[in-house]
Design a protein. Structure first.
Length: 495
């Protein structure tokens, strides 16, 4: 029960170091956060919040009886405050002990004179208003918080506390109730141990942080399967405007991002995948997870795990160079403006040039239609990768040339395998609709070939062969029009 510097991420800047000189100083919001940090092991073990500790003589005695633990916390606080208080450490420590002793004595005396009230959820809002009118001391909401500590006494798990707090919110309502319960829930989720218990057993830091994102983006449907307490917390966040709780969750998210622990385990491939998955989640969540500020914190991790060597290691098991390129280009796209893109670009250049990827798409590589589609898949990956236009052109031009070289062979094969102009045109239309050809010159060449087949005088006869009645003929023409649309040819206005 002592005060120290706040060594944590916060949405608001600190205004210097708060110094506890009087018992009332221990009850300020910043002091409460420092108490939480200094007594964290005790709070997690007995599953109580700093608010409960500050308003329960029994809990205070239990903590102070842990002699060396209490003394170590006081010593740590004194060392942090001594310079700002213009005292040496021993002076600051004596004053802190006096401040804490005064607060403990005051709490015991007040609650002996007036034991904490029993809270009835339906009348809790009325109780708050009456207590505030009667409060004359320098300890804001002491009577209310003492009643809340009594109300939560006996809960064995954080989930049980949430159930009781949810009952208060649902039964009483009102902004004053929201603010008080919000503070208590924020106290709980500010504990790493409590938050992990609420979320449930998750094997990696990355998935744990994804679960935190699910909580921050409530009321959106979560992707995480929470433990019972986490499900209740998600309900609370979905139903009520709990700004302090969201702030505490955001601090937990940022602490996790700032940690040096891997997101996906020790395996480089798993860790890189976890980073990219989390980046997607952060980008999609936007302002709900702190927007650009949180992305900036996350981005500091990437250069440490995303290198050309890491990419080589992660993609080593992928046999085909073109598939390694497609995966690397997808990583580049997902990085957006985050650091690490230069390393990905270097990897792409090395694979494309040194493994002579464009030269691998030869007539001997397989059926021309399949090879052409592989080229288009790689072209699509380059086009959507986020590379600068001049870089995309450098890679795309040799791919376009490779595919153009396959088209005469493809047309020859289609003419060999199909006797009628209608069958030849339909085969090419289906290949177009399947995304076989690169947009641009190659697709235009294929469109021209289709038009040649369709302009043949035998096209209509062969296309409608076997359609004995007008209804069947109309249906075939409708299907042809749909194929023309799917191929992109109908939109040219020349079909």
């Amino acid at each position: 029960m002592t005060q120290a510097n706040e060594g944590e991420a916060s949405s608001a800047p600190r205004q210097g170091t708060a110094i506890c000189r009087e018992p009332a100083d221990l009850y300020t919001p910043r002091s409460k956060r420092a108490i939480a940090r200094l007594t964290r092991e005790f709070l997690d073990r007995v599953k109580v919040t700093p608010t409960e500790l500050l308003h329960s003589p029994a809990l205070q005695r239990q903590y102070m009886d842990m002699g060396t633990t209490y003394q170590a916390a006081a010593q740590k606080a004194a060392m942090a405050q001594a310079q700002s208080a213009n005292q040496n450490v021993q002076q600051r420590l004596r004053e802190l002990y006096g401040c804490v002793d005064g607060a403990v004595q005051m709490t015991a005396e007040r609650l002996k004179a007036k034991p904490p009230a029993t809270i009835e959820p339906e009348t809790f809002n009325d109780f708050i208003q009456a207590a505030r009118k009667a409060e004359t001391s320098e300890f804001p909401d002491f009577t209310i918080n003492a009643a809340l500590a009594h109300y939560l006494n006996g809960c064995k798990t954080w989930g049980e506390k949430f159930d009781r707090l949810l009952l208060l919110l649902d039964s009483a309502g009102g902004p004053d109730v929201f603010a008080l319960i919000d503070g208590l829930i924020a106290d709980i989720v500010d504990s790493k141990v409590a938050l992990r218990e609420l979320i449930g057993e998750i094997e990696t830091l990355g998935k744990h942080l994804e679960a935190v994102i699910d909580l921050l983006t409530a009321p959106n449907e979560p992707k995480t399967e929470f433990a019972e307490g986490g499900a209740t917390l998600h309900r609370l966040l979905s139903a009520h405007p709990l700004s302090e709780t969201r702030g505490a969750l955001l601090r937990q998210l940022r602490r996790g991002l700032e940690s040096k622990n891997p997101l996906g385990g020790k395996n480089p491939a798993s860790d890189l995948h976890a980073h990219l998955r989390l980046l997607d989640r952060l980008t999609q969540a936007g302002d709900a997870v702190g927007g650009e500020n949180t992305i900036a914190i996350f981005s500091e991790r990437l250069p440490k795990i995303l290198t050309a060597d890491t990419l080589s290691m992660v993609l080593r098991s992928v046999d085909k160079a073109e598939e390694r390129l497609i995966r690397a280009l997808d990583i580049h796209r997902r990085l957006g403006t985050s650091p690490g893109r230069q390393q990905v670009r270097q990897y792409v250049y090395n694979i494309f040039e040194f493994e002579r990827v464009a030269q691998q798409f030869t007539p001997d590589a397989g059926p021309p239609s399949e090879t052409a589609k592989r080229i288009t898949a790689l072209h699509t990956a380059f086009a959507g990768s986020g590379l600068a236009e001049q870089h995309v052109l450098k890679y795309v031009e040799p791919l376009e040339q490779a595919q153009a070289g396959l088209l005469p062979l493809l047309f020859q094969g289609i003419e060999k395998d199909n006797e009628t102009s209608a069958a030849r045109a339909i085969t090419l239309l289906d290949l177009c609709a399947d995304g076989t050809f690169m947009p641009g010159a190659n697709l235009r060449t294929v469109h021209q070939q289709i038009r040649r087949y369709m302009s043949d005088e035998s096209f209509a006869t062969s296309f409608l062969a076997g359609a004995p009645d007008k209804q069947t003929q109309t249906q075939r023409l409708v299907e042809l029009h749909q194929k023309l649309l799917a191929s992109g040819l109908a939109r040219t206005g020349t079909a």
